[in-house]
Design a protein around this ligand. Structure first.
Ligand code: ASC
Length: 155
């Protein structure tokens, strides 16, 4: 291989790497457009609300307690609770998101972590199958939802 052809190959590799970096450069790299990030986080929150509501119906006594059903719903929420946060990257303002999510990012991050911790505890209670513990953990988790909505969601 001549020096010249080696340089050309290396140059093309560098060029290709640069193009990949440029196309992937927005902070919300996982989403093509801000609207995609907004749709993603709203979808995740919508599913969280649906499955949280199913446990809520049991907690409120509207639906009889079935350990397996509550455990399944709690496990789903535990997974879902990790998802929305990656979709609040720079440049994805919009939807019901308040500007504080970006201007007070540390507080938003703390709130998101409290919610994930509370949901993990709800999931533990649900897998254990103690309804009184589920009720307490459900209430605590709901408060972490509300805290962030009060501060960071448009009314
Ligand atoms: C829900 C739901 C919320 C929280 C919150 C708890 O079921 O949709 O946003 O609980 O209302 O206070």
């Amino acid at each position: 291989m001549s020096t010249h052809s080696f340089d050309t190959t290396a140059g093309l590799r560098t060029l290709a790497a640069s193009i990949i970096l440029i196309t992937a450069s927005p902070a919300s790299a996982q989403f093509q457009k801000p609207e995609d990030a907004i749709k993603y986080r709203q979808s995740a929150f919508s599913l969280i609300g649906t499955h949280f509501g199913r446990i809520g119906a049991v907690v409120k006594g509207e639906v009889p307690y079935n350990k397996d059903d509550v455990a399944k719903n709690a496990a789903i929420i535990a997974t879902l609770s990790t998802l929305p946060w990656q979709a609040f990257g720079a440049g994805t303002e919009g939807g019901k998101a308040q500007p504080g999510i970006w201007t007070d990012a540390a507080k938003f991050k703390t709130g998101s972590e409290k919610m994930q911790t509370a949901i993990a505890e709800l999931n533990q209670a649900a897998q254990s199958g103690n309804l009184e513990n589920i009720k307490k953990a459900f209430s605590a988790a709901g408060q972490t939802c509300k805290a962030c909505h009060d501060d960071f969601r448009k009314k």
